[in-house]
Design a protein around this ligand. Structure first.
Ligand code: NOJ
Ligand code: CA
Length: 704
């Protein structure tokens, strides 16, 4: 690790740029392609700008805060000091898209002070990487500012182009929206309110959630997000469609006038812009994790990345129920009628999944609906105290199931549906995680369906950010890793707390089982790969083989080919990757199942071979330990020809390749399960042309 402190960069003091703007300080990326400028206007307002290869990405944009307990931090500022430094280290991910991560940036720190009587202080820190920038505000300890009740953050991103924009609405409660593709000037988030398939939504502004990705006419790719979201509320970006301006709007609460409460000293999350010259480089960018602090929880060898099956899809299909005595109708999220004898989480059923997993190189089985309380899951106002996370239903013997799993080398994954009753969950965490530890269970999937209790809080506000982060920190003490559904967005905290293994935070596969709007369209995942996936691992739950599942639901289906379902094991990154379909559906397609059996889940290297946001993506990943490579490619509703070049492979090695590709007549709707499988030898010099069907994909295993 190299650390060069102090003044390695030249700060350019350019003097008056215009009459209005003064004192421009600049810092550029190690490769000099990205440059950030900072300055003050005559009245002492802070502004910044970002240039990429001479193109202005962010034009003069203001910075600052409004408070409920003191005057705004916006003008009368002077620069009292500046510092620059360069940093270059290589760190290792305990598991991830790659082993070694280069963290190389130039930093500019500006110390500001008010010229007015209060003389409050605020610092701005810019880190400029080859793949983008991050900046944060820091409020140092000071005499006249002890507590900040922030009513709004006024960070502007003044853009100069009407970018093609891939966005979801700036919902304060849920990220489970379909992506929209429009010009920036046509963003209309307000029209996405009141989604019929969501148990909660709150979209107060014409704002988008992050990551929001944009493509420029010259091929420049941008993605706006945040890193290290700790003890703050999530940031949405309000779109001024006339001026092509984005402005931070923090998620608030109905219980306080302010949106964020902080004791000085404090620092904000990083505001980030990934800036690349093409689409593949966006996925290869590690800006978000790099902006987070190193591991704070020490040894994490107790968790192993794994594929998993689960008592899960069967509930979403309506084959079985979470509860013991009633079923919920997932398509309307209301409480359904009585139906006995359909409980999914029985000892015998779970053992069946364990047997199947053990036979197929799958390391875990998730069990949902194992604990009492599901009768009161949805539709009850007072959800506090309903779940206790330790009491199994009478037909589920948790000790026996865990013991049986151990015998077969399969871990049982715990499930905690909190129903967003956060006080109950906070109270129960020690008991719940201690039970897991006593049974040797190391992973839990959590859920936060419904409106947050206490009333008035939102999923993405400061209260919940702290709830999600505290759960991860507490769980680490019990050697428990968390995969949260209905989560707060991923902001790279997996570097600091690696037990933040995965999360939902998008429209997952489950929507295909019950959404009344036709499910996730074929373009969904070719957008997700360049938006949501830039934030971090996704528990999408791929691998549905019975694409139409007419035996269960005539009006719903998965909108991809079987080939694409296989490709997702490579395209979508998560250290827990579900084989989501029913055992019997896998057993009827042993040919395709072979890919799931072989595919890795933890990677030494990731190479994004090709892609265009919203159209298609092709990714190659090298498995740790074995050195085997896997390639996955997916397309949207358009068929596509992909030319593959295997030059990423190791010199001098001949790989045994199995190619799983769409059949000639495959189509996501009319013939989704048509799949051709070919076996051949492949080397670094091999080339291949693949035809992807509409909504299709391919998967290749390359075994040494
Ligand atoms: C919503 C989650 O996304 C889903 O995976 C889970 O099965 C249900 N909640 C029940 O917890
Ligand atoms: Ca969900």
């Amino acid at each position: 690790m190299k650390y060069f402190s102090m003044f390695l960069l030249t700060i350019l003091l350019l003097g008056c740029q215009t009459e209005e703007k003064q004192e421009v300080y600049k810092v550029s990326s190690p490769n000099k392609e990205i440059e950030v400028g900072f300055g003050l206007s005559k009245s002492g307002e802070a502004y910044y700008s970002v240039v990429f290869n001479k193109k202005v990405i962010v034009d003069t944009s203001s910075l600052g805060f409004d408070f409920t307990n003191t005057k705004s931090f916006s003008d009368s500022l002077m620069v009292v000091n500046t510092e620059t430094k360069s940093f270059n280290e290589t760190w290792q991910m305990p598991w991830g898209e790659q082993l070694d991560v280069v963290n190389h940036y130039n930093e500019l720190k500006i110390q500001l002070e008010e010229t007015s009587s209060l003389k409050r202080k605020m610092n701005l820190i810019f880190k400029v990487y080859d793949d983008g920038i991050g900046f944060r505000y820091e409020f140092p300890e000071q005499e006249n500012f002890k507590e900040a009740l922030i009513s709004e953050e006024n960070t502007e991103f003044n853009l100069n182009e009407d970018y093609k924009t891939f966005w979801i609405p700036g919902d304060w409660d849920i990220y489970e929206h379909l992506y929209n593709t429009t010009k920036l000037s046509q963003v209309d988030a307000i029209s996405k309110r009141n989604h019929p398939n969501l148990a909660q939504t709150h979209i107060p502004n014409n704002a988008v959630n992050t990551p929001v990705t944009m493509v420029g006419s010259d091929g420049t790719h941008l993605s706006f997000h945040e890193a290290a979201l700790v003890d703050f509320s999530g940031m949405t970006l309000q779109v001024d469609t006339e001026n092509l301006d984005l402005k931070s709007v923090l998620v608030g609460s109905e219980n306080t006038e302010y949106k964020v409460k902080k004791i000085v000293p404090f620092e904000t999350p990083w505001r980030t812009i990934q800036i690349t010259k093409d689409a593949p480089s966006l996925i290869e960018s590690r800006l978000i994790v790099n902006l987070n602090e190193p591991n704070k929880i020490g040894d994490v060898s107790w968790f192993t990345p794994m594929k998993y099956t689960g008592v899960w899809w069967e509930m979403h299909l309506g084959k079985s129920s979470w509860d013991y005595g009633m079923t919920q109708d997932m398509s309307t999220w209301t409480e359904g009628g009585k139906s006995n004898g359909t409980h999914g989480a029985t000892t015998a059923n779970v053992k069946n999944y364990i047997d199947f997993s053990a036979k197929n190189n799958i390391g875990g089985v998730l069990v949902e609906g194992w604990n009492t309380g599901w009768e009161h899951w949805i539709g009850f106002e007072d959800r506090e105290g309903v779940f206790d996370f330790v009491t199994p239903y009478p037909d589920y013997d948790i000790e026996e199931v865990v013991r049986y799993g151990k015998e077969k080398g399969v871990q049982v994954i715990m499930h905690h549906e909190t129903s967003a009753a956060t006080e109950t969950y906070t109270k129960q965490q020690d008991t719940a995680y201690a039970l897991m530890q006593s049974l040797g269970m190391h992973a839990v999937k959590t859920g936060y369906v419904g409106k947050i209790l206490p009333k008035g809080e939102y999923h993405h506000g400061q209260y919940m950010v702290n709830h999600y982060n505290n759960a991860v920190i507490k769980a680490a003490g019990y050697q428990v890793a968390i995969n949260a559904h209905e989560p707060i967005k991923a902001t790279g905290l997996r570097r600091t707390y690696p037990n933040t293994i995965s999360r939902e935070g998008l429209r997952g596969q489950e929507f295909n089982a019950w959404a009344t709007d036709g499910g996730n369209p074929p373009e969904h995942l070719p957008i997700v790969a360049f938006t949501r996936m830039l934030a971090g691992p996704i528990d999408y739950t791929p691998g549905i083989f019975d694409i139409k599942f007419d035996d269960y639901k005539k009006d719903n289906q998965v909108n991809t080919t079987l080939g694409q379902q296989l490709a997702l094991y490579v395209v979508i990154y998560s250290p827990v990757q579900m084989a989501a379909d029913l055992v019997e559906h896998y057993e009827s397609r042993p040919d395709a199942l072979q890919f799931i059996k072989d595919v890795g889940v933890d990677w030494e290297a990731t190479d994004v071979l090709d892609g265009a946001v919203g159209d298609f993506v092709v990714i190659a990943r090298k498995e740790r330990q074995t050195g085997n490579w896997f390639v996955g490619g997916i397309t949207d509703e358009n068929s596509r020809t992909i030319d593959l070049d295997f030059s990423f492979l190791e010199e001098g090695v001949t790989y045994k390749a199995s190619i799983y590709k769409d059949g000639k007549d495959a189509h996501w709707d009319t013939n989704p399960t048509s799949l051709e499988i070919e076996h051949m030898e492949i080397t670094k010099d091999s080339k291949m042309t693949l035809e992807l069907a509409e909504g299709g994909g391919f998967a290749i295993s390359l075994m040494k």
